[in-house]
Design a protein around this ligand. Structure first.
Ligand SMILES: [Zn+2]
Length: 220
């Protein structure tokens, strides 16, 4: 592919050398998730956007360091994604009206914090409050949604309330961002919405247990 700085193989070798781990490297043109790591049978499966084929060695070093320790700071990766966002094909055809600021919660603030803390700033989705509906009761699973084709996360406005703790907002945003992160095309026509990988990663949310307890006790 001559036009890139690295080949997939040289990049894989570099990442394996820095991290000391066996890596299966998948180059994607995913427009939503720039970098994601999961556990495979043989080592780690690392999916990165093709923009990283042009990344400076320091950025690749940071990816390697991240595989060793997921808590490590990744300012260069974040900066690189920001500087190369123009390379990401936009799939959105029409402009989506977004509302971030609710009466109690600003969704963009929450989204940015969660993106930073759990995804190294690698998620590139749109977030907005959904429209208010008249329906009195909302099932738990409808508190948020992620729509892959338009790359939009919507939160139900019933959550924009003083009676809802912030970690609940964070949990629902994290859950929908995970959908964006694990948004892989179905390979055999089937796909499980909440795969085992999804469920495992969902439990990494700091307040997972309190969030579950709260949501089970609450009728919206
Ligand atoms: Zn879900």
């Amino acid at each position: 592919m001559g036009r890139y700085l690295h080949s997939t193989l040289s990049l894989k070798a570099h990442i394996e050398e820095v991290s000391g781990k066996v890596v299966t490297l998948k180059i994607t043109d995913n427009t939503t998730s720039m970098l994601s790591v999961s556990h495979g049978v043989k080592g780690l499966i690392v999916r990165i956007n093709q923009m990283f084929l042009d990344a400076e060695p320091e950025v690749i070093n940071e990816i390697g360091a991240l595989l060793k320790d997921t808590k490590v700071k990744t300012p260069l990766i974040r900066q690189y994604i920001r500087n190369n966002s123009n390379r990401i094909k936009k799939v959105t055809h029409r402009k989506i009206l977004t509302t971030h600021q609710g009466r109690h919660y600003n969704l963009l603030d929450i989204y940015n914090r969660i993106n930073e803390e759990y995804f190294c700033g690698s998620i590139n989705a749109v977030i907005t409050w959904g429209k208010k509906t008249r329906k009195r009761r909302v099932k738990t699973r409808r508190l948020g949604s992620y729509h892959g084709p338009s790359n939009v996360i919507r939160l139900n406005p019933v959550l924009d309330s003083a009676t809802i703790p912030q970690y609940i907002l964070e949990y629902v945003v994290y859950h929908e961002m995970l959908h964006a992160a694990i948004n892989v095309a179905p390979s055999n026509g089937k796909r499980r919405v909440h795969s085992n990988e999804f469920k495992q990663r969902e439990k990494l949310f700091k307040y997972y247990n309190p969030a579950m307890a709260f949501l089970q006790s609450k009728t919206f």
